[in-house]
Unconditional design. Structure first.
Length: 147
């Protein structure tokens, strides 16, 4: 297995290829974590080692919005239907946060794949986040205000 530093380099080279300075989005408090903007969407990138598995993992996540407890069943059905159409990405909810996420073993990943994953997450989040926000929360994506 490669050294985790090799994967950090892949991530930082990918961020650079996307036109962002990796130094400006690196989390100074957590090694292997970055946060950057893809358009209006924040994207979080994490790379970490799990000793028990002797495996490095790569995750890209875009937080969409906090989910209230009273969302209708139609919201969850729409997420499942969207998941069916998405390529290599899925919606999920963790601690009341709707997010788009990809997680994979880092082994075998190269810069081109990392760039594609980061771009895909940002694109899907920018495409679906605002419409879901308007439809289910009544929040105007331009102003952030409730309608």
């Amino acid at each position: 297995m490669a050294n985790i530093q090799d994967y950090y380099k892949i991530v930082e080279d990918s961020i650079s290829e996307l036109g962002v300075d990796p130094n400006s989005c690196r989390d100074d408090n957590e090694l292997g974590a970055w946060a950057l903007m893809r358009g209006d969407q924040e994207v979080w990138i994490d790379c970490w080692y799990v000793e028990d598995e002797d495996q490095v993992y790569f995750q890209v996540l875009a937080p969409i919005f906090e989910t209230p407890d009273d969302l209708p069943v139609e919201f969850y059905r729409e997420l499942l239907e969207l998941n069916y159409t998405l390529f290599g990405v899925s919606f999920g909810i963790f601690k009341n946060m709707l997010a788009l996420k990809v997680i994979r073993e880092a082994n075998g990943m190269d810069k081109d794949e990392a760039v594609a994953i980061i771009g895909r997450i940002g694109n899907y989040a920018s495409e679906y986040g605002p419409s879901l926000s308007v439809k289910y929360l009544g929040i105007d994506p331009e102003t952030g205000n409730s309608n």
